[in-house]
Design a protein around this ligand. Structure first.
Ligand SMILES: [Cu+2]
Length: 138
């Protein structure tokens, strides 16, 4: 069988494999530098309760006592805000400018919106006029 001769292909993979490993190493180093620029470890496990520091990707507003907490939240462009209703009453989240609007949702339920543009976004609860909040996107 001439198949035995194909074993000579084996050694030829050596340089190619080395080059691949080198490229992989370069890519890993490049990725490592990129994440270091943010200075923040991506070990965040606990959800942010108050304000996002930027780069965490998510922030949470609690609906409790017929109020949004925090009433004013500052985030970075591209971050997602999740409103969590802890009241027994049902609430919703309606942007004053119509940018986003949730349905009414009850205790333990939530609504999320991702802010893709910088700006100030005042919002309110459609059934409780005194219930207002603001998201500032930087
Ligand atoms: Cu409400």
């Amino acid at each position: 069988m001439s198949n035995c001769r194909q074993s000579s292909v084996g050694p030829r993979l050596g340089p190619a494999a080395t080059l691949t490993a080198l490229l992989l190493a370069l890519v890993l180093v490049a990725l490592g530098c990129g994440s270091n620029e943010q200075g923040g470890p991506d070990t965040t496990v606990l959800p942010p309760i108050t304000t996002a520091q930027g780069g965490t990707g998510t922030a949470e507003v609690t609906m409790t006592g017929f109020a949004y907490e925090p009433a004013t939240l500052t985030i970075s462009v591209g971050e997602t805000v999740t409103w969590v209703n802890e009241d027994t009453a049902r609430h919703d989240v309606i942007a004053d400018n119509g940018e986003f609007a949730s349905d009414l949702f009850g205790q333990g339920e939530s609504f999320s919106f991702t802010f893709q543009a910088a700006g100030t976004y005042p919002y309110h609860c459609g059934v409780h006029p005194g219930m207002t909040g603001t998201v500032i996107v930087q």
